[in-house]
Write a protein that binds this ligand. Sequence first.
Ligand code: KPL
Length: 303
Amino acid sequence: MRSRHWHILGAGSIGSLFACLFDKAGISCSLLLRDGDPALTQTTRRIQLRAGGLTSEHSFPVTSGAHAAPIHYLLVCTKAYDLVDGLAGLQPWLAPNAVVVLLANGLGYQQTVAARWPQLAVFSGSTTEGAFREAGQRVLRAGRGTTWIGGRGTRDAPDWFSDWEAIDARCGWTEDIDTVLWRKFAINCAINPLTALHRCRNGALAEPGLADEVRALCLEIAAIGQAAGQGEAVAGLYRSVMEVVAATADNRSSMLQDVLAGRPTEIGFLTSFLVATADAQGIDATHNKALLAALQPAIHPVS
Ligand code: KPL
């Protein structure tokens, strides 16, 4: 009999996917909404998961932090720019030593969380699962990926990780989550802003004109990574990026989806963080700075 109950903050496509995978594995979980969210008038949410031609239906309790307290196991799948505020809103309802797994794109918020909540057991994750919301609460699992979780200074997987091993997904524990996060960050820096700028699917980055831009960006990102002590994460970056481009050719990147939906983007936790890292190391970031400048009209459209 399992006794752990996971709360999921951020029921977008990835949060919904993991909620459904937990539910399928018999692991209890609920969806956390912020105080004042109009959806709190519902007590349950039904999510349909379409995967491999099959559709399954899942029903989850919907709750606010106050009603969920004390929260022992929290999975945060918000956008990077919502993560710190989301966690701050839940802070009063977290049990001392609560386990918090952060599964968002980008870099930068991890340091903020560690500095602000040193008492929490914070872990980070990185996933290449592909999911998107087809309509309403219907989520399509577009591609199976791998999810890595780890925490600084935690060599062996804690007991709670057995929940992740029980779900129908490739999940691994890593003692070097920083390298995993940096590698995904570098890949996202090469793909997401360019696809948002050119409003193209990932596959278009393999076409002649754009592939040269990707190569120039990768060279620069790799040099910045090297200078920041992340040589292992950026080794063979262009090849890795092109593999992801091929594997996700039909996808719209998350940043392009944000731009098309008129939402804020995660640029502050991708290219802006990269450029700040380059400046701190005294490394050239001409291509990424130009990309950041070119993107401004797309990410802050004048209405
Ligand atoms: O992680 C992604 C994203 O869009 O955020 C990639 C891997 C680029 C897939 O689209």
